[in-house]
Design a protein around this ligand. Structure first.
Ligand SMILES: [Mn+2]
Length: 189
């Protein structure tokens, strides 16, 4: 697999409230993107706590991870969070999210998957993971609301372009000037 993450803090601040994480183990890869509410140091504390929690609990189900992370982040600013689990052997991606982090899956067709309402650290009512079949060369692009929701990726070289260059282009062309921003791009081998 290829993977790239790019972050941009509002006003080039030393803290960034957006955070990404990824872990590969066997044929499975877990990707996460987290947006600590607002921006600045307290947003960064919440986002890092969420990524640390996922790192320690990634073998659990998405339901368990989201429930546990929600508990873990009580007392912080709270966060929006999206997690994609990719099983390369089965050719399957399962996504769940709470709040306004976003995911686009490009696999000859373009899919935008939905997140559910709520705040990690502030509670959520329901979490409905979605599973998609994906194949060789599939792209998964996850981003926070510091990037335009309707980002048009059709203008980029999605087949053979470098994932880091693609992440850079997306954040450069579609970043919103009033928030932190983060983009993660994954390409299946
Ligand atoms: Mn944000």
């Amino acid at each position: 697999m290829q993977i790239a993450t790019v972050k941009h803090a509002l006003d080039n601040a030393p803290y960034c409230g957006d955070e990404c994480g990824y872990w590969e183990y066997g044929a499975k890869t877990t990707l996460c993107i987290v947006d600590g509410l607002g921006h600045g140091k307290d947003a960064e504390i919440a986002a890092k706590a969420a990524v640390n929690y996922i790192a320690c609990h990634r073998s659990e189900s998405l339901q368990e991870i989201f429930t546990g992370c929600d508990r873990e982040l009580r007392g912080t600013r709270g966060a929006a969070m999206g997690i994609a689990v990719i099983d390369e052997k089965k050719g399957e991606l399962t996504y769940a999210g709470i709040g306004n982090t976003r995911v686009i899956v490009e696999n000859s067709k373009t899919f935008r998957l939905d997140s559910d309402y709520g705040i990690i650290g502030g509670g959520f009512k329901k979490l409905i993971p979605e599973t998609l079949a994906i194949g060789k060369g599939a792209l998964v692009i996850m981003f926070t609301d510091g990037v335009e929701e309707l980002v048009d990726i059709s203008r980029y070289d999605l087949i053979s372009g470098d994932v880091y260059e693609l992440a850079e282009k997306i954040i450069t062309d579609w970043r919103i000037e009033r928030d932190d921003a983060a983009v993660m791009v994954y390409r299946m081998r």
